[in-house]
Design a protein around this ligand. Sequence first.
Ligand SMILES: Cc1cc2nc3c(=O)[nH]c(=O)nc-3n(C[C@H](O)[C@H](O)[C@H](O)COP(=O)(O)OP(=O)(O)OC[C@H]3O[C@@H](n4cnc5c(N)ncnc54)[C@H](O)[C@@H]3O)c2cc1C
Length: 502
Amino acid sequence: MYDFAIIGAGLGGLQCAYILAKEGHKVVVLEKNHQLGGSLQVFSRDKTVFDTGVHYIGGLDEGQNLNRYFRYFGLMDKIKLRKMDERAFDRVHFGDGDEYYNHAQGYDLFIEEIVRQFPKEREAVTKYCEKVRAVCDRFPLYNLEVTEPDYFSDSLLELSAYEYINSLSTDKVFCSVLAGTNALYAGVQDKTPFYIHALVVNTYIESSYRLVDGGSQIAKHMARSIHAMGGEIRKRAEVIGADVAGGEIKALKLADGELIEAKNYISNAHPVTTFNLVGPEHFKKAYRNRIMSLENTISSFTLHLSFKEKSFPYLDYNVYHYDKMDVWGGMNYTEKSWPGCYMLSCPANSKTPDYADGLSVMAYMHYDEMKPWIQSYNTVARPEGRIDSYENFKQAKSEVLLDAIEKSVFPGIKDSVKGVYASTPLTFRDYIGSPDGNMYGVLNDHKSFLKTFINPKTKVPNLYLTGQNIGVHGILGVTVSSLITCFEFIDRDKLMKDIKES
Ligand SMILES: Cc1cc2nc3c(=O)[nH]c(=O)nc-3n(C[C@H](O)[C@H](O)[C@H](O)COP(=O)(O)OP(=O)(O)OC[C@H]3O[C@@H](n4cnc5c(N)ncnc54)[C@H](O)[C@@H]3O)c2cc1C
């Protein structure tokens, strides 16, 4: 019998397995896909490696938080990284104009660059940066501290990102630029709390890097370390149910009929997926209703372009484009106005560092648009295919998005394009196993924090949750969530001491 069976080899599942195996526990990770990593998975077309869910990561400079966590996970000397443009790693663009508004790395440079673009806003941007940092300081694990968090004393969790940022100045462009990387957290005007904005943007302002040849290297190195410590990882091992007796899970059922027995179970899957696997009837009604009614973040349609050799320069920055000066309205698109906003990012490749071999473009898309095909399923591990009308939909949307990029951001880009590929909310749903292909898990709401707060401990005594849904999404957010889950089993002071000494 295992000490721990972990459902899902996303970053959260792998990190929990690593921590628990390192502490001497017998762990097994059960992953339904052929490839490990969840949103860290990559795929290749025309010899170009495309990321599916991680385009850049922050906090990796020496001494910064993710750098120190990644040292503990044995990653810092193994992963291949490329730093992004220090003065302008994110560029916000409106309409068809030539002007780009830059976000720079390092708070001093960030302020300097914003003031260069908005000379009257020094005070406002300084106040904004102080607030972002003050909010981050209130989340101890983001600073590798284990003191009890103090969220509740001054309604920190109730501060709205939209309202706070728009209170800083009457200059709409300035406020839109500060919130211009909204797609990083799929911000919703009347819901997204400021702390989500702060925790996410802070990590990139500290430092921003791309993973050269894709994010899957994180999963690959983590898996090797887990194996070396005696842990097991099973691919194509889809969990389809659980044997529950006396209120506890006795075993997980795999799609091939095998039963996996463990003392404790940790799920890296979305909480709703987890509840459906275990059987919703095993959870108390009020708790079950709350979890089952959680709203998720929106999904995305992602266009992946491969380029003709050495035809398009490598861009060491991302572009966040908005047709209109409305960075919070991107999800309210119509068929006619779509995409309205999108984010472009070049994968960093080791073969031709000065040239891009591809470009990924993410545009919001609601799961509702998938209605005609929701009964279909398709992954490498379970290829069932989709019907022609779905392929036609993808092609039509790809053309609209490519036309939009050519018109507003990169005139002439079509001349460089070799291949056009796309993923939809169904792709995310099927590969990640989330109910609706959402990008970042559960949507947080500043008006009802407690409703969206998910404890790693569930009401089934030997079932725990981990991953982006129990905290903040993104590589750093998930890392913090993994620790919070493992604190249920390992002394937190000892674990943090080990991390700090790594
Ligand atoms: C389009 C997109 C772009 C993003 N860009 C960035 C970025 O640039 N930087 C950044 O830091 N973050 C980014 N993120 C967010 C980041 O990728 C995620 O927050 C993070 O990877 C989620 O990790 P997780 O541990 O929660 O698990 P997930 O990645 O959600 O993985 C869950 C795992 O569980 C498995 N699973 C589910 N059900 C079962 C089952 N029944 N049996 C077995 N296995 C199962 C799935 O197959 C999957 O492997 C992006 C996300 C998306 C979608």
